[in-house]
Design a protein around this ligand. Structure first.
Ligand code: PBG
Length: 330
């Protein structure tokens, strides 16, 4: 390799047009998925810890979907907040639950918008855990295998309502296989599974639990979500989910886990999604409100970094802002 003064990397950075043309990674609107929180029996409310993010009622959907379509956002990730919770999370898998209603309504309003439904019990259980809780001796445990049946049932009713993709986020072992099985048995073999394969037990989810009202009422999620210290385990989780039939894998959170994104990208040949989670969003918003950072530049740089690490898709609460910024550029 030639050395300085023959080699001058700055030569390629001088001209702005050339600089743009030589970008190795690009962010596009087609990469983005926007999360929506649909609330049953209540009206629209901004999430205190996530300014700019709202809990929406079915009645708010018309206006919201019109805006999303006009911004050309291609896909939504749907979360439901039921009118009532119980210990079994029964409103998660009931026919015509709030997410099913939302899916049907959005499909009428915008048939081409891709609808991804989050599969997890935490928004629907009184205890706020992602699976069913049982006593074992003196302690309360999250029962893996008993949860599977209900998670699968939840996936099925969402598919019946018209969900285009099923995204299990509960982190129970074997849930991808259980969901694949029930979908296939009911003529939904064509519906892909986007598995939250590598989901860490992260403090970055704090504001989401406000938005989805899903904070665990006892203990934490460390018995099912992954320890932030581990990266070999991420490869194992990913391999298991692929074997069980996952079509797309997800890593979550985003920015603090780009080493994991890169590892998965190098190791596996399925598309990869990255979730820029609530805490990442709220930290950027808070710093921007204080005038400490340039919000637009920081958001675009963060998302671009996820793509550089290997993300094919990015779930982000900034999707609307990004779409509006892209529009300005045209
Ligand atoms: C449900 C779920 C969570 C998130 C997505 N799906 C919360 C959790 O696991 O506690 C977090 C998303 C975010 O922080 O933006 N299990």
């Amino acid at each position: 390799m030639p050395q300085f003064p023959i080699a001058r990397p700055r030569r390629l950075r001088e001209n702005a047009t050339l600089r743009k043309m030589l970008q190795e990674t690009r962010l596009s609107l087609q990469d983005l998925i926007y999360p929506l929180f649909i609330v049953e029996g209540r009206s629209k409310k901004e999430v205190g810890s996530m300014p700019g993010v709202f809990q929406l009622s079915l009645g708010d959907l018309e206006k919201e979907i019109a805006e999303i379509v006009s911004l050309k956002i291609p896909a939504l990730l749907l979360f439901g907040l039921p009118a009532s919770k119980d210990n079994l999370g029964s409103s998660a898998y009931a026919q015509n639950n709030i997410v099913c209603e939302a899916i049907r309504k959005i499909k009428l309003l915008a048939p081409k918008l891709l609808l991804i439904s989050d599969i997890c019990l935490c928004e629907y259980t009184e205890h706020g855990h992602c699976g069913l809780v049982e006593s074992r001796g003196n302690s309360q445990i999250i029962h893996n295998d008993k949860s599977l049946e209900w998670l699968a049932q939840m996936a099925l009713v969402h598919a019946q309502a018209g969900a285009d993709l099923i995204a299990p986020s509960d982190m129970m072992d074997g849930r991808v296989a259980a969901i694949r099985k029930i979908l296939d048995a009911n003529d939904f073999a064509h519906i892909p599974i986007l598995s939250y394969a590598v989901k860490y037990a992260s403090a970055f989810y704090g504001p989401f639990r406000d938005a989805a009202e899903s904070a665990p009422q006892f203990g934490d999620r460390a018995s099912y979500q992954m320890d932030p210290a581990n990266s070999r385990e991420a490869l194992r989780e990913a391999a298991l989910d692929i074997e069980e039939g996952a079509d797309i894998l997800m890593v979550k959170p985003g920015l603090p886990y780009l080493d994991i994104v890169k590892k998965l990208k190098d190791e596996f040949h399925v598309p990869l999604a990255v979730y820029q989670v609530s805490g990442e969003y709220s930290m950027i918003r808070a710093a921007a409100e204080k005038g400490w950072i340039d919000e637009k530049k920081l958001v675009l740089e963060s998302l671009l970094s996820m793509k550089r690490a290997g993300a094919d898709l990015i779930i982000t609460y900034f999707a609307k802002q990004v779409a509006a910024w892209f529009k300005e550029q045209l």
